[in-house]
Design a protein around this ligand. Structure first.
Ligand SMILES: Cc1ncc(C[n+]2csc(CCOP(=O)(O)OP(=O)(O)O)c2C)c(N)n1
Length: 647
């Protein structure tokens, strides 16, 4: 049987072991070739080929619900559920998503990409099933990396006590993106290498059966003895103590063993954990050897796994700068939530192992841990992707900002990314600027990034800097770091017809737009605001008053964003300028090249220039209609009334 002949997962149940082995090899080939061409998650998917086949053989998807935690490892599932023919469009705009997405298939139940959520969702679905009197199975597949996230334990805690029937499949490959960390990871390693739990349980029961006892008290004693010996032999039965039946560990590449254990789990009435041991990157030597490099990323050469030479990225400049600062200041610490490479902290980890902390996929803990470090006199920098910081919003407010602690949040992947709605870093500007005490910065290029990091570390309170994914601008880097006065922007270019205010990398886009406008004899002033909070009120108010037409540009959501801050400032000070805000509208942004979406939202030099021209047309229309414009007066009165609202 070839993959192309598979019309649905139900056919798998009729295949022989030899046919299934052939299919597994073909799946690995298709995934390797597609990911090499399009980028994506290679090693996680190669590791779950047999597990996914076994799940679809034992369970009846979509009636039974299989929930993939993070869902970056759902490619095999996609191939088995009718998406082979579109699979070559993986991660491209309009193509197959890199994560599960209910819009794509009835076999996908959630559109998600953040870790550690599957158990909670599974408990909810299982409960809904019970309330509706239904009897389908609910299976959460979660990696050992995702199991470092606190929410996984909240789900386990609830399910263990509630006794609702559900199956948690723990896909244990001892890797998060990088080698997994933490006590639970060590605990799983002990189970993996220790005597099989099932064997011990069976052997103990057999041994005790040989001892002649009479009466119920004696049977009771046998049970207690069994528990005691089991605990002695199998270190600390964490899952069973929580109320789960634990099955495993089982070889995650042995299809027959996997089917057996999953059938066993299916037959149990309560919550079950099935511990499956897999090899990340299985079947492709370079991916097995470097599972972290091949966890996820851009295209590569199929034969060798080699990638092309990479340009300098913002993350790398951040990584080098924090090393420089840590060498000069013993208080500087760095924290990552399981992303040492992605955030550029690998060099720091090697150079300053004592001051480097990988806390696992635990953003909430990471933020409050940073608060603790700061309280103890350190200068922690938590490097985290914008989208994952969303997890720790309360910790940022409650544990850092309210305490006014000198914690720096280095927010990577601020802006659009290829991975889609789950990963877009577009909410940070809006959610951070609402927080008292918080300084919010966005560098226009990598040189400014290094000065901003230095500024944040010199600041006696919480500070954030957000910068985009990928290639930096290629500007020279100053040798000496300087503090950028807090709340002060810079004028990149003077002009008299329109003001273009570009946040972060949009400053460059505005400079280009100004050049295009100059070709049409329109004189544009360009401002790099540097700070979202505090805003450079003097500069922006003066520009708004003098020029009267302002375009704000940000690679972030419009609702509550930087442009909104400018509008609030103008309203509070009665500045009667025409303002056009450009940014991400009120919608989730799908997967595809960021350039595609930047174009769509007009966040390009041409787009900004066009909007500026439209704005000028409106201003001219306003001016010609001025005598009959009572609205302007009303607005000014309104603004005065709001004068107490301090920006
Ligand atoms: C909240 C959150 N933080 C960080 C990430 C980035 N991330 C994606 S997959 C992954 C590792 C997951 O490891 P594991 O669950 O063991 O799956 P594996 O890839 O090893 O199969 C990380 C850290 C994420 N998706 N969500």
């Amino acid at each position: 049987m070839h993959l192309r002949d598979l019309t649905g997962p139900e056919q798998l149940k009729r295949l022989t072991p030899a046919e299934l082995a052939e299919l597994a090899a073909e799946i690995r080939r298709v995934i390797l070739e597609t990911v090499a061409a399009n980028g994506g998650h290679l090693a996680p998917n190669l590791g779950v080929v047999e597990l996914t086949l076994a799940l679809h053989i034992v369970f009846d998807s979509p009636r039974d619900k299989i929930l993939w935690d993070v869902s970056h490892q759902s490619y095999v599932h996609k191939l088995l559920t009718g998406r082979l023919h579109q699979f070559h469009t993986l991660r491209q705009y309009g193509g197959i998503a890199g994560f599960t997405d209910p819009r794509e298939s009835v076999h996908d139940h959630f559109h998600w990409g953040h870790a550690s959520t599957s158990i909670s969702a599974a408990v909810g679905m299982a409960k809904a099933r019970d309330l509706a009197g239904d009897d389908y199975e609910v299976v959460a597949v979660i990696g050992d990396g995702a199991l470092t996230g606190g929410m996984a334990y909240e789900g386990l805690d609830h399910a263990g006590q509630d006794k609702t029937k559900l199956i948690v499949v723990l896909n244990d490959n001892s890797m998060s993106i990088a080698p997994n960390v933490g006590g639970i990871s060590n605990y799983l390693a002990r189970i993996r290498t220790g005597p099989s739990y099932q064997r011990v349980k069976h052997d103990v029961a057999e041994a005790l059966r040989q001892i002649p006892f009479v009466g119920s008290q004696a049977l009771d004693l046998v049970d207690r003895l069994k528990e005691g010996v089991k605990h002695l032999l199998v270190h600390n039965m964490f899952f069973e103590d929580l109320g789960f039946t634990y099955l495993g560990p089982v070889d995650g590449h042995n299809l027959a063993a996997l089917q057996d254990v999953l059938r066993q789990a299916r037959s149990y009435p309560g919550p079950t954990v099935v511990h499956v041991v897999t090899t990340k990157g299985k079947g492709v030597p370079y991916a097995e050897e470097l599972p972290d490099k091949f966890h996820g990323g851009g295209p590569f050469d199929v034969a060798t796994g080699r990638t092309g030479p990479g340009a300098v990225t913002y993350s790398e400049v951040f990584g080098r700068t924090i090393c420089k600062l840590a060498a000069e200041d013993q208080r500087v610490c760095a924290i990552t939530a399981a992303m040492p490479d992605g955030t550029g902290l690998s060099r720091f980890a090697r150079q300053f192992p004592d001051r480097y902390f990988d806390v696992g996929i635990a953003e909430q803990h990471g933020v409050t841990f940073a608060a603790g470090l700061a309280k103890g006199g350190m200068r922690p920098v938590f490097a985290v992707y914008s989208t994952f910081l969303q997890r720790a919003y309360d910790q940022v407010i409650h544990d850092v900002a309210l305490q006014n602690l000198p914690v720096t949040l280095a927010i990577d992947r601020g802006g659009l990314v290829e991975d889609g709605a789950t990963h877009q870093g577009v909410f940070d500007v809006a959610y951070l600027r609402a927080i008292p005490n918080m300084v919010v910065m966005a560098p226009k290029d990598e040189n400014e990034l290094q000065h901003m990091l230095y500024t944040a570390l010199c600041h006696e309170g919480p500070a954030t800097l957000r910068y985009p994914r990928g290639k930096a601008q290629g500007v020279p880097l100053d040798e000496t770091l300087q503090q950028l006065p807090i709340g002060r922007g810079e004028v990149l270019q003077e002009g008299t017809d329109v003001v273009l205010v570009g946040l972060g990398t949009m400053a460059r886009v505005c400079q280009e737009a100004a050049r295009l406008l100059a070709e049409k004899s329109i004189s544009a002033m360009v401002i790099n605001p540097r700070y979202v909070k505090p805003l450079d009120a003097d500069l922006l108010l003066a520009a708004g008053r003098q020029v009267g037409a302002v375009v704000t540009v940000e690679e972030a959501c419009l609702a509550g964003g930087f442009g909104s801050a400018v509008l609030e400032l103008f309203a509070a000070h009665g500045v009667d300028a025409r303002v056009t805000r450009m940014g991400i509208p009120d919608e989730f942004v799908d997967h595809g090249k960021p350039a595609h979406f930047l174009e769509r939202y007009g966040l390009t030099p041409e787009g900004v220039a066009q909007r500026a021209e439209q704005l000028l047309l409106q201003v001219r229309a306003d001016l010609s209609a001025q005598p009959a414009r009572p609205k302007r007066t009303v607005r000014r009165v309104g603004a005065k009334a709001a004068g107490s609202e301090r920006p």
